[in-house]
Ligand binder design. Structure first.
Ligand SMILES: Nc1nc2c(c(=O)[nH]1)N[C@H]1C(S)=C(S)[C@@H](COP(=O)(O)O)O[C@H]1N2
Ligand SMILES: [Mo]
Length: 316
């Protein structure tokens, strides 16, 4: 499955048949490859290794989408995490194997105080819950109570210098646990990037939990980004390195398809994906594209000023 081809979903069948068929082929190929490489096939022992802990955090009402929450079951079983396969159900099935301890994030580049920080210390920061709308470029959306802290809080610990114009987010590449690293059109590790002012915006959330618990592996444990006014792929999962840089980083999806995925990737109903419309979206677990997609995913009031004077059709 190439990222982006919208697939139908039925409530009774979270993984649509064509994805399932595709996945079976994928599983066979991956299992054979794993066996050939002498790597244990992780699917079974994997599931038990999830490190789910309660993570109570006060809800920040200033950022709350009022719509109904997407059921937790769906948030944690309908995923994109290509390192664990391209089917929507693959991450929930395979990501249990991800080793989430020990875990550190290295913060480097144009900063005065580079540092490496462990997940235990990140979890001690003041956390809050934010109910954000989250929209995938595949034209489906969810409403999720994420738990985390603003990225700018982390940036403040390292003092970015005036040369820091962009932020590059590098995510984990665990050859021994990730069963999906051999996708022809994608390079791993998965890399994403933001302009510095986008990264520092209060909406940009370093996310460590959802629904009052630590993140399930399939949602990007132990720490990921959530950038709610951009398409979902900008929100990298399982981050291991953050670099403040002078030039726009080369991001995974731009490398995979530069005509389809731009650096900005702001949710924009007026700019169609070359292969489908972005005017509407399917609100999971709904069946139809019943919702009109909003400019900047509904966050225009907060973020439109970041793009004043920019042509958003060229800078898609
Ligand atoms: N490392 C990594 N991060 C990733 C992805 C991925 O494949 N690998 N997929 C992205 C895409 S396309 C989406 S829509 C969201 C999905 O997040 P969710 O599964 O928690 O809904 O994660 C994003 N972050
Ligand atoms: Mo996505």
């Amino acid at each position: 499955m190439r990222h982006g081809r919208p697939a139908p979903i039925r409530p009774s069948e979270i993984t649509p048949k064509e994805v399932w068929l595709d996945r079976r082929r994928f599983l066979q190929a991956s299992a054979a490859a794993a066996a050939a490489a002498g790597v244990a096939w992780p699917a079974d022992e994997a599931r038990a290794q999830q490190l789910i802990q309660p993570l109570a955090a006060p809800r920040n009402g200033a950022f709350q989408v009022k719509d109904e929450l997407t059921p937790k079951k769906l948030v944690t079983t309908y995923n994109n995490f290509y390192e664990f396969g391209t089917g929507k159900g693959d991450p929930a099935e395979n990501a249990g194997a991800l080793k989430v301890r020990p875990w550190t994030i290295e913060i480097a580049g144009a900063v005065e105080k580079p540092m490496t920080i462990g997940i235990e210390d990140l979890l001690k920061l003041p956390l809050e819950e934010r109910v954000y709308r989250f929209r995938c470029v595949e034209a489906w959306s969810m409403v999720v109570p994420w738990v985390g802290f603003e990225f700018n809080k982390l940036a403040a610990m390292v003092n970015p210098t005036s040369r820091a114009k962009y932020v590059k987010f590098v995510t984990a590449e665990q050859k021994d646990t990730m069963t999906g690293l051999r996708i022809p059109f994608i390079d791993f590790p998965y890399v994403e990037g933001l302009r510095i002012d986008e990264a520092m915006h209060p909406l940009t959330l370093m996310t460590v939990g959802l629904y009052g618990e630590t993140l399930p592996n399939q949602n990007g444990a132990p720490v990921r980004l959530i950038v709610p006014w951009k398409y979902g792929f900008k929100s990298g999962k399982s981050i291991v390195r953050i670099e403040f840089v002078e030039e726009p980083p080369k991001t995974t999806w731009m490398l995979a398809g530069p005509s389809e995925y731009g650096f900005y990737s702001n949710v924009n109903p007026n700019v169609d994906h070359p292969r489908w419309s972005q005017k509407r979206e399917r609100v999971l677990p709904g069946l139809f594209a019943s919702r009109q997609t909003e400019m900047f995913n509904g966050y225009a009031e907060q973020v439109a000023s970041l793009y004043a004077g920019m042509d958003l059709k060229t800078n898609f």
